[in-house]
Write a protein that binds this ligand. Sequence first.
Ligand SMILES: Nc1nc2c(ncn2[C@@H]2O[C@H](COP(=O)(O)OP(=O)(O)OP(=O)(O)O)[C@@H](O)[C@H]2O)c(=O)[nH]1
Ligand SMILES: [Mg+2]
Length: 294
Amino acid sequence: MFKSGYITIVGRPNVGKSTLLNYIMGEKLSIVSNKPQTTRNNIHTILTDEESQLIFVDTPGIHKPRHKLGEYMVKLATDSFKDVDLIVFVANADVEMGRGDEYILEQLKDINIPVFLVINKIDESTTERIAETLKNYSSKFDFKEIIPICAFNGKNVDVLLDLMKKNMPEGPKYYPDDMLTDVQEKFVVGEIIREKALRLLKEEVPHGIAVEILTMKQNEKLVYKIEANLYCEKDSHKGIIIGKEGTMLNKINKHATEDIAKLLQAKIRLKIWVKVKKEWRDNPFLLNEFGYKK
Ligand SMILES: Nc1nc2c(ncn2[C@@H]2O[C@H](COP(=O)(O)OP(=O)(O)OP(=O)(O)O)[C@@H](O)[C@H]2O)c(=O)[nH]1
Ligand SMILES: [Mg+2]
């Protein structure tokens, strides 16, 4: 009997949802940073073996939105609760349960879909803290399974995967064997550039960044020529992103080029232009332009 189904990964920002999915896939398809609100779209990844096909939905962290982009992200995440076969709620072993968690769990109460509790980052916690966190969460919700993991090094992720498969209904193979994601390469390339900006820049600058891929083509020597616009919200941010004599932008470019080369298995020539679009995160037209589409 072949089993298949959709599994949505939800939780507050920064708990390690994308890290977990990348570990499961053995490939970096979703970007990761130490700043909250890294993921902005629902990203589907597909794990197929002889007996099953699991389709994962990586979602933006659920938070109190402060602009239209945030509203869009939270709506995507909460919409993902519907029409899935399993919900995996991820929490940080070392962080107190907060309003954000309670908000998510309240929403899950009305839905008749099994929910797993995954306690992540156990490498940074103690046995007592993990037990405490586990007790606090399970007093608020009747989880079908509770699994402490480390998404970083994969500890217990095999156990989690087995339990996920067990909870899948009988179903068809929705996607071909070799398909890992339904997002386009162009999207992943834009995300890699955004990830490097998120990692290298500080404070509010990186959260106001959007990346638009203008061209992406391979020439006869199999070199990928990629041109991108990197948008930010203020002139002062533009200066910070470019850096003294272009040092910051060069760094972003260098790190992005390395990752894109790995992804596309090719030589990369990347050009990035920095542009200002004031308050794009509250502008419905620009949100749409940058791919944050309802
Ligand atoms: N120590 C430790 N750090 C982890 C673990 N899993 C993830 N992290 C780190 O936690 C940070 C956030 O990880 P992400 O995977 O981007 O978190 P996310 O839940 O997808 O965040 P959003 O997309 O913003 O909602 C990164 O710096 C990761 O390296 C873990 O098991 N242990
Ligand atoms: Mg993420």
